[in-house]
Design a protein around this ligand. Structure first.
Ligand code: B12
Length: 248
């Protein structure tokens, strides 16, 4: 095995052992366990062993299956969204906004659609922040309006206009029936319709289940995934807004 090729580690290095969990719409019995093993085999786990099974209500069973996969991962072939801007401290960020924008940066944030999961956007925007970092409200040079939960796209566009937003930050946590993708596309289309290209605010979405590489597909400028910290977002905004200003 070369240095860039790896396989999962379970009990011993390179043994290929993985654990997966899923729910089948059947009550718990021997046949249900057999069905879970068959599914795991079809997923490429061989051998596969049910290590946990718990009936949920009358007609469902939750399984944890442990087994061996024979696939290898070539690290040199992995494509990810790399951070293409420097990670700055709060003093530097405030200083650069003053120097390059010569005014405060206006940021409007919200959870859109029916999504009421505000903890993520609050972590990025509110002073309390997350992971020991303060949110954007703490930065002297950001003017932050956090609209909270279940904001409609037309209301978001209207408020962005009223606040002369430089950036609109949207959170989407619920992914059932791809709601996060549909809502984000609706939002980006509405901003494109409402603004001439050079005046449109930066569109930033975040949430734990986004693919950070999907910006073009969703029509946004940047996507942030799970574990994002406010400093990363503030650094990105300074970088992207400065670049825009320089090319205007
Ligand atoms: C707390 C919580 C709730 C609370 C929300 C309270 C609140 N004010 O936010 C309540 C109880 C209201 C709730 C309700 C529901 N919930 Co809920 N909830 C959770 C839970 C346990 C934690 C979410 C959370 O706060 N994470 C912590 C934050 C800090 O993390 P984060 O959101 O990922 O944010 C970070 C990054 O993603 C990123 N980020 C996020 N947004 C943004 C935005 C921008 C601009 C940027 C830059 C970055 C960024 O930065 C953040 C900081 O690092 C999760 C399960 C879990 N453990 O994740 C389920 C979960 C999200 N909920 C779920 C569900 C199904 C629901 C309900 C539909 C349940 C129901 N049947 O009623 C309702 C829906 C309500 C609604 N209308 O939206 C599912 C979603 C499943 C799916 N695939 O869509 C989850 C995953 C639970 C599960 N395993 O089933 N929920």
């Amino acid at each position: 095995m070369s240095g860039t090729v790896v396989r999962p580690y379970g009990d011993m290095t390179g043994d290929g052992m993985v654990q997966v969990s899923f729910t089948l719409p059947v009550p718990l019995d021997k046949r249900a366990e057999g069905a879970a093993v068959q599914l795991a085999n079809k997923m490429g786990l061989d051998p596969a062993m049910v290590v946990h099974a718990k009936q949920m209500g009358d007609d469902f069973t939750f399984f944890v299956v442990y087994g061996r996969v024979h696939h290898l991962v070539d690290l040199s072939q992995v494509v990810v969204a790399e951070r293409d801007f420097p990670l700055l401290g709060s003093k530097e960020i405030n200083g650069l906004i003053k120097q390059r924008m010569r005014r405060k940066v206006s940021v409007v944030g919200a959870c859109i659609g029916t999504d009421a999961h505000t903890v993520g956007i609050d972590a990025i925007l509110n002073v309390k922040g997350i992971a020991g970092e303060k949110g954007l409200e703490y930065y002297r040079e950001f003017k932050v309006v956090n609209l909270g939960a279940q904001v409609s796209v037309p209301d978001l566009v209207e408020r962005a206009r009223a606040e002369k937003a430089d950036a609109v930050l949207v959170s989407q946590v619920v992914t059932q029936r791809d709601a996060h993708l549909h809502n984000t596309k609706e939002m980006s289309a509405a901003f494109r319709e409402a603004y001439p290209a050079e005046k449109r605010p930066l569109l930033v979405v975040g949430g734990p289940r986004f693919d950070e590489l999907a910006t073009a597909e969703l029509g946004v400028d940047r996507i942030f995934g799970r574990g994002t910290t406010p400093r990363e977002v503030a650094s990105y905004l300074v970088h992207a807004l400065s670049a825009r200003k320089a090319s205007a």
